[in-house]
Write a protein that binds this ligand. Structure first.
Ligand SMILES: Cc1cc2nc3c(=O)[nH]c(=O)nc-3n(C[C@H](O)[C@H](O)[C@H](O)COP(=O)(O)OP(=O)(O)OC[C@H]3O[C@@H](n4cnc5c(N)ncnc54)[C@H](O)[C@@H]3O)c2cc1C
Length: 420
């Protein structure tokens, strides 16, 4: 993606972790690119141009066209069960109802559309106070000048604060402007509170309500900050609404706040959590294979934003890198299980890990992983020098995700985060 003009915005990989004040200063206006805690460091947060990403992903699929069959416009509706074994999936499309039989089924629908019907245990929507219980229809504004906007914000902090409140007021729900990979385009991210993205009524309401505010928001920005938005116009609207969380698996391992406060090492690690978590300053946390492995059901894996976590930890785990990571691991595990004839429950996890490492996933404690990744985590104490981590660790085994969230993390949001 980096070779495509204007397709990527984010600090270069070789600069991650740098505390160079000039670099930190250059990136701090871009949400997520600088660590919250001091000394401020560059974080690998990357913004992609979605249309270019789609083209690139299709190209990746085409590279494997002889080995995989892609069916867009098809909706998986039901698992085919034989006792507790998933044998395939029924799907619906313009061609009617069809079935695919499979040695392993991977449910990556995000809302457990398939696993919910298999008899495996699962939970419903995340705690209503968290980011997960919000829906969104992102859209973009074109004809702007983001650099001028950044300068204006620096020179006019009060006016900027009023502008942020103004957008929220006009929209009627949390909304913020975010940079894009182009200086003349910005994102509008939003958070409709108390929504369930598995409910049609909530999805419909999110779309209609967001679209209804767009013209007014653009008009408001033109007036509030003409230097940057004089020529602003509605550029595009996401073709699909953004769902953050609804149902989640109760798998063989359920991730909790403890995993973020103690950074445990898992023998069956398949991916890193590596994005937003205020407890450990966004440092990497290991995700075990068991977090995508359902209980009581065979031949099924459940990676992505519906993986196995409690109502608080899910908020940190649904972010893109860990969805990509667990998805890739599910694919590899399924292939290894089929090749070895073991089934996914008894898959040779060391083999899965070795293949992932060969595919450039830097899993810890693997002889082929560049040791500097793990050394970096250890050197930075897995980010566990934050006040929140200390408070969490002080509670030891008694640490309860929900209680800790109510007592400490909500406070952290109030003090540190101007978004939701
Ligand atoms: C507005 C918004 C902003 C976000 N911003 C960020 C961010 O800045 N950084 C970050 O890291 N994360 C962000 N997230 C979170 C992150 O994008 C998602 O949690 C993540 O992309 C989920 O990936 P996934 O593949 O598990 O699920 P999804 O991306 O939801 O993918 C599921 C796919 O399955 C398809 N599908 C669903 N059901 C079926 C079915 N029954 N049959 C067939 N296909 C089906 C869907 O069409 C979709 O393509 C954001 C989320 C939202 C909504």
């Amino acid at each position: 993606m980096e070779s495509i003009p204007d397709a990527v915005l984010g600090p270069r990989l070789d600069r991650i972790g740098s505390t160079d004040p000039a670099l930190v200063n250059a990136w701090k206006a871009i949400h997520g690119c600088v660590s919250e805690s001091t000394p401020h460091r560059l974080v690998r947060a990357v913004y992609f141009e979605p249309n270019q990403l789609k083209i690139e992903m299709d190209k990746m699929l085409l590279e494997e066209k002889d080995r995989i069959r892609v069916l867009y416009h098809s909706w998986g509706t039901k698992p085919i069960m034989e006792g507790n074994e998933v044998k395939g999936v029924i799907f619906e499309s313009k061609e009617g109802r069809q079935a695919i039989f499979a040695k392993v089924v991977i449910d990556a629908t995000g809302d457990g559309d398939i696993f919910r019907q298999t008899g495996t245990p699962f939970d419903t929507v995340a705690d209503f106070d968290t980011r997960s219980r919000t829906t969104s229809l992102v859209w973009r504004i074109g004809g702007i000048n983001w650099d001028l906007f950044t300068e204006w914000k620096k020179a006019n902090p009060r006016a900027n604060s009023a502008l942020n409140k103004g957008i929220r007021k006009i929209a009627g729900f949390g909304s913020i402007l975010i940079a894009s990979s182009r200086n003349d385009v910005c994102w509008v991210n939003n958070w409709h509170p108390d929504m369930d993205c598995s409910k049609i009524a909530d999805l419909t309401q999110t779309e209609i309500k967001t679209r209804d505010t767009m013209r007014d928001v653009v008009e408001y920005l033109r007036e509030a900050c003409p230097a940057a938005f004089r020529n602003a116009y509605l550029y595009d609207i996401a073709p699909q609404l953004g769902a953050r969380c609804s149902y989640r698996l109760q798998g063989e391992y359920i991730m909790t706040v403890k995993d973020f406060a103690f950074a445990p090492r898992f023998d069956d690690v398949i991916a890193w959590h590596s994005t937003v978590c205020m407890i450990n300053d966004c440092a990497p946390i290991e995700i075990p294979y068991r977090a995508i492995l359902p209980r009581d059901v065979e031949n099924l894996l459940c990676p992505g934003r519906h993986l196995s976590a409690d109502e608080i930890a899910i908020d940190w785990l649904t972010l893109i890198p860990q969805c990509v990571g667990t998805g890739q691991a599910a694919g590899v595990a399924a292939a290894v299980a089929v090749m070895d004839g073991t089934g996914v429950r008894n898959v040779n996890i060391k083999k899965v890990q070795d293949i992932l490492v060969e595919q450039d996933v830097p899993l810890p404690r693997n002889e082929k992983t560049d040791p500097s990744y793990t050394e970096c985590c250890e050197e930075h104490e897995y980010g566990l020098y934050t006040d929140l981590a200390e408070k969490a660790r002080a509670q030891g085994d008694a640490l309860n995700s929900k209680k800790f969230y109510d007592e400490h993390i909500l406070q952290w949001y109030k003090e540190n985060f101007s978004g939701k």
